[in-house]
Design a protein around this ligand. Structure first.
Ligand SMILES: Cc1ncc(COP(=O)(O)O)c(C=O)c1O
Length: 373
């Protein structure tokens, strides 16, 4: 029998998406950013229930542009989780600001409120906190507790919700809307994908105007009028990608349900004392990736590979990456991010997985025994 390889991720592009792109190309559209990007922005705002959305080429530039628009620069200090995709930290580094790494909590893998309180108590000059919704999860504390801390201490709260489209805080707000601005990513493995892409979401009009101008060479108006009010870059999107985003948004409820159902099934079926599938509250969270933790990670990777199941190790702790070897916290110890960095593994998680695929993954996980591999 021929068994299929289960990829850790692959995009789901269906006939409707292909037809939408085809129709657009035949319609004589401008390809570059124009009305379809405007429409994509409108659709994201409606889905998230925020005032404004700006679409940018990716979720790294969204973070960078939010920081720039807030005036984060050399001598600014920004708290970054030690467990996150490196882009959260690099976007800060590129503004010239100083990063302060902070540990996360178990099992939400979001920033620890105790650690945040300690850092902001001892260091009075923190300008911003980058809060990452790990896998679309909310923290164990109310997000308003963090909002309060930030208001009290005059700190900007920026939510890196790259992984959290379709995920909500228990108070009903979409992730990315609790602070001054949030960021979503549409890279290939995200809940919806435009190949590359990102969204700034915010209710702050001033911030939005700054970013709109910055992404358009410092011009206030589009349409070829070269009046530059400020320095800016070209961070425009393309209507061709927007078509893909709009088309996928039309079925996002179904995508979310599939991801939740698959997670629920995997969690129900997996029982093995040598590993643990991390929990997600699917009343509020759309699991982006399915995560397993085990002290026997390299053996589990081999075991899954033997059964043609691809996996990916979860983010290594950031402060120990070579990129930060000159950073003061390079040698620091952050126990929770250290644990996830050595024990965490992402399983196949894409929306094309069938019930049978999930049963196969759970069976292979259940048969794993580190003593005999
Ligand atoms: C938490 C987080 N932040 C930022 C990014 C960067 O987004 P992009 O790849 O769209 O630049 C990612 C991408 O995986 C992410 O997961």
């Amino acid at each position: 029998m021929n068994i299929d390889v289960l990829l850790q991720y692959e995009p789901e592009i269906n006939k409707k998406d292909i037809k939408a792109i085809n129709d657009y190309l035949h319609s004589g559209g401008f390809i570059t950013e124009f009305r379809k990007t405007d429409l994509f922005e409108k659709r994201i705002s409606e889905f998230i229930k925020c005032d404004e959305t700006i679409i940018l080429p990716n979720g790294t530039l969204t973070l960078f542009s939010i920081l720039k628009a807030l005036g984060i620069k050399k001598n600014s200090k920004v708290i970054v989780p030690n467990y996150t995709m490196a882009a959260t930290a690099f976007s800060v580094v590129e503004t010239g600001a100083e990063i302060i790494f902070c540990d996360i909590e178990w099992p939400s893998l979001c920033l620890s409120i105790d650690a945040l309180e300690e850092i902001t108590d001892t260091n009075k000059n923190i300008d911003a906190i980058m809060f990452m919704n790990a896998n679309g999860r909310y923290p164990s504390y109310k997000i308003d507790q963090l909002v309060k801390l930030c208001t009290l201490k005059n700190i900007y709260l920026i939510e890196d919700s790259a992984q959290a489209l379709g995920s909500y805080y228990p108070d009903g707000r979409h992730m990315g809307t609790a602070g001054i601005a949030g960021s979503i990513s549409f890279s290939m493995p995200k809940i919806i994908t435009t190949g590359q892409g990102g969204a700034v979401i915010s209710n702050n009009q001033h911030l939005i105007e700054e970013i709109r101008r910055y992404k358009n060479f410092g011009r206030k108006n589009s349409g070829g009028l070269d009046i530059h009010e400020t320095i800016g870059l070209n961070m425009k999107f393309t209507d061709l990608q927007a078509i893909l985003g709009i088309s996928q948004l039309e079925r996002i409820k179904q995508t979310i349900q599939t991801k939740k159902n698959n997670f629920k099934k995997l969690k129900q079926l997996t029982k093995n004392k040598y590993l643990q599938v991390l929990e997600n509250d699917i009343d509020f969270t759309t699991p982006w990736f399915y995560e397993v933790v085990t002290k026997y990670r390299s053996k589990l990777i081999d075991w899954l590979e033997k059964h043609l199941i691809k996996s990916r190790i979860m983010y290594p702790e950031l402060n120990k990456q070579k990129a930060f070897k000159n950073h003061a916290q390079y040698k620091n110890s952050f126990p929770i991010s250290q644990r996830i960095s050595s024990e965490g593994l992402w399983l196949p998680s894409h929306p094309k997985l069938t019930k049978k695929d999930i049963e196969r993954i759970a069976k292979v996980l259940n048969e794993f025994d580190p003593r005999i591999i």
